[in-house]
Design a protein around this ligand. Structure first.
Ligand code: SF4
Length: 470
């Protein structure tokens, strides 16, 4: 078992038995569900909207080379810079070098999961550059020195009391439980950093090919300040974020808002097309876009799973997932938790290390049902399981067990005989006491649950007697 897998199991046991944590998450997701249902009802035809989003994203992903080059050309024509980063290291180096060359000491950053993916903030901090998260949720988890818990709501796991105690300790002089006063305290604190920063880093919800603009959507307006006040703006995005046309935002923006938070439209929707123009009074002097591959091209080459690149990072599949709701976001130990993370991470970080995530699912299909771009998530989890069995190293015990199971299942007589032997063995184990038995594999199962009683008769013998046939 990989280190990531054993850590996942350890955390899952802790979090799934932490009823306080589960209550907080359930409350948060219940509220989201109500808002989402209201939001969905506002659409004349939600299913048609999903289908349209799927078509737009599929068109972009299927012609990624064309649309990315079109986007690059348009950005450059307006005086912006485009850097193609093959991996995390290249992206980090480009941005830290740029910051050094321009004498940057302070950076304001708005929400970007790609920046999390490449561990950008720690790399900059290591160079002595101070990075301030400006999205309220990200600001809170940064104060706690934690990664985001959820791709849309990074501080979902915290109560108002937790945040109040945190602000009291870290922001000095803030002593309130009132949400609007807590927000005001964060705003005052962050406002100073916006004016001090020489560089703003943002993500991009979409890269619009025909206009060469990046589209950013937030509820706090922090990205607008962070990308217009500092003299340098760096946007970082995965290559799959490109969309063909400006008018595609007419469907993508409201669908993203509805699936993300249940809002009809997010509060601030901004298009940025380059540095400040000669006759403009605000905006940055320099505009850079870093396009990150980091394994995405390999996923693009995989016709079976390419549609995973359609993801618009709305977070709806996390909220729908019974496993996410039980074990929580940090348990995954990955940038992208929940169903989309379980599908994507083995592609981005290796199947050997992260194959266990494909099993962190009941395969109920709730994620697929809610996905606004109709990614067949639960089947991709199955594909990853198959690939793990075919390509990745499986433990010897598992391989032997499945060979044995196959051998038994190929013959009715063998199956019946081994079933009888198994039931007899379990009776002995129960009589001796599970904890004193030699059956180690049973212990993790029975640690937190009662062992089921052993049926007196097998299913086959009940069936032969006609019980259960009508
Ligand atoms: S896979 Fe679908 S539901 Fe999940 S985050 Fe991406 S777009 Fe949203």
């Amino acid at each position: 078992m990989s280190n990531a897998a054993s850590e996942f199991l350890r955390q899952a046991v802790t979090k799934s038995t932490d009823l306080g944590h589960r209550h907080i998450i359930r409350q948060g997701i219940d509220k989201y569900n109500e808002a989402f249902e209201r939001g969905r009802a506002r659409f004349f035809n939600w299913e048609a909207a999903r289908e349209q989003c799927r078509e737009v994203k599929s068109e972009a992903v299927n012609h990624l080379d064309h649309y990315l080059l079109e986007f690059e050309e348009k950005v450059k024509a307006r005086g912006g810079h485009v850097y193609w980063a093959e991996n995390s290291e290249e992206a980090r180096t480009y941005i830290t070098d740029l910051a050094h060359r321009r004498g940057v000491r302070t950076i304001v950053k708005s929400k970007s999961m790609v920046a999390e993916e490449i561990h950008l903030a720690p790399a900059l901090e290591k160079q002595g550059i101070k990075v301030y998260e400006t999205d309220l949720g990200e600001f809170i988890v940064q104060l706690r020195n934690e990664p985001p818990y959820h791709i849309v709501t990074p501080a979902m796991h915290l109560t108002r009391g937790d945040i109040s105690a945190l602000f009291k300790e870290k922001l000095g002089g803030v002593d309130t439980q009132d949400p609007s006063e807590l927000v005001a305290a964060a705003r005052i604190w962050l406002r100073r950093t916006f004016f001090a920063a020489e560089m703003g880093i943002s993500g991009a919800n979409f890269l619009v090919a025909d206009s060469g603009m990046i589209a950013i959507t937030t509820n706090e307006g922090n990205a607008d300040l962070g990308t217009s006040l500092p003299r340098i703006h760096v946007a970082i995005a995965g290559i799959e974020k490109v969309i063909p046309r400006l008018e595609d935002l007419a469907i993508l923006w409201p669908v993203l808002a509805t699936s993300g938070t249940g809002q009809p439209i997010t509060c601030y929707n901004t298009l940025i097309g380059g540095p400040r123009g000669p006759n403009e009074t605000d905006g940055p002097e320099e505009f850079h876009v870093v396009l990150l591959d980091n394994g995405r091209s390999e996923l693009l080459a995989d016709a079976e799973q390419r549609e995973v690149l359609n993801c618009i990072r709305c977070g709806a599949c996390l909220n729908a997932c019974p496993v996410f709701r039980t074990v929580g976001g940090h348990t995954y130990g990955t940038t992208y938790p929940g169903p989309i993370g379980s599908v994507l991470t083995p592609h981005l970080r290796g199947l050997d290390e992260f194959q266990h995530l494909s099993y962190a699912s009941s395969l109920c299909g709730a994620c697929t049902d809610v996905c606004p771009v109709k990614i067949d998530l639960h089947h991709h989890l199955l594909h990853n399981r198959r690939n793990a069995v075919n390509e990745a190293h499986r433990p010897l015990t598992e391989r032997v067990a499945f060979k044995l199971w196959r051998w038994a299942a190929m013959s009715a007589g063998r199956f019946s005989f081994l079933g009888a032997v198994g039931r007899a063995a379990l009776r002995v184990v129960y009589a001796v006491g599970l904890e004193r038995s030699m059956l180690d594999p049973l212990r993790p199962w029975t640690k937190d649950r009662a062992a089921p009683p052993i049926p007196a008769k097998s299913f086959r013998s009940l069936w032969r007697k006609g019980i259960g046939t009508n």
